[in-house]
Design a protein around this ligand. Sequence first.
Ligand code: NAX
Length: 331
Amino acid sequence: GKDPVTVLVTGAAGQIGYALVPMIARGEMLGPDQPVIIHMLDIEAAADSLNGVKMELIDAALPLLKGVVATTDVVEACSGVEVAVMVGGFPRKEGMERKDVMSKNVSIYKAHAAALGQHAAPHCKVLVVANPANTNALILKEFAPSIPEKNITCLTRLDHNRALGQISEKLDADVSDVKNVIVWGNHSSSQYPDATHATVNTVAGEKSARELIADDKWLKGEFVARVQERGAVIIKARKMSSALSAASAACDHMRDWLLGTPKGSWVSMGVCSDGSYGIPAGLVYSFPVTCHNGQWSIVKGLKIDEFSREKMDISAKELMEEKTLAYSCLN
Ligand code: NAX
């Protein structure tokens, strides 16, 4: 069989971690024939809980799981890692200033960047989940210069999947028949879910979602708002944030990146901008991408109407402000 791949999950004692590690150990991230070794990192205060997760993983007797490390030591956690899913971070608590949360996460991501840069495999692929996801990824990219910047991404696949879900509900279509929505920008409420180019596979062939829905007011209004606000709606319902769908999206993100996107379809990923679509180069921004041979590329040449342009720029502007704020926390 194949050699095992070592996967790091930070914040593994948290609620996304608890949903994510069994998915990875069942092959949902790297494929059903890919053995894995899972490294789980969390902080000292969560060490007992992290050990509990390790015991449960062992008790699940999963055939693909060739080893599991539960540690609070960043160096041990990052050693030899080929895939890193960064879920650990400092949450915004009530009454906290944006700058204080940013400052905590900047120092966490700076430290994790250094450890990954020194101890992970040089070809390590990184997915940042923890918020502010795009800016945490930006900090990671800046402070792990030995990791190619193309290998550092952030999660907007959950928003992408939510957009697919909304269209599938609206048209009463199977979600697997809907494709090519786009989530542009920041994984925040400024994100722009765009269905302009989405298609739906019907008995009469592939049709434009926009034409089938025939309600631009819904697409520009309720659809956008529903995707943007879905996270908050779930917190309200569950009294906890979305963990199952976030973990599932993290698996989708990594799997498509490593194993490729199907012909004719793209996904949304937060990646380092090359200036495409007028988005400032160097920002970590969510674009439509296709993946092939473990490399993503931004889908080029899509027509952008005035409505989309404005929304895309608003999110870019927010990311530039986050970047400035993050840099002001460095000193
Ligand atoms: P939890 O608070 O349950 O888990 C976070 C874990 O990170 C905790 O166990 C904590 O001890 C650990 N941690 C904190 N600092 C650490 C450090 N320095 N090193 C290692 N571990 C550390 O949050 P959970 O609900 O699991 O969410 C995790 C993160 O995902 C949050 O930042 C959240 O905002 C973000 N999300 C991002 C999403 C996305 O689509 N990009 C969607 C879901 C989620 O909201």
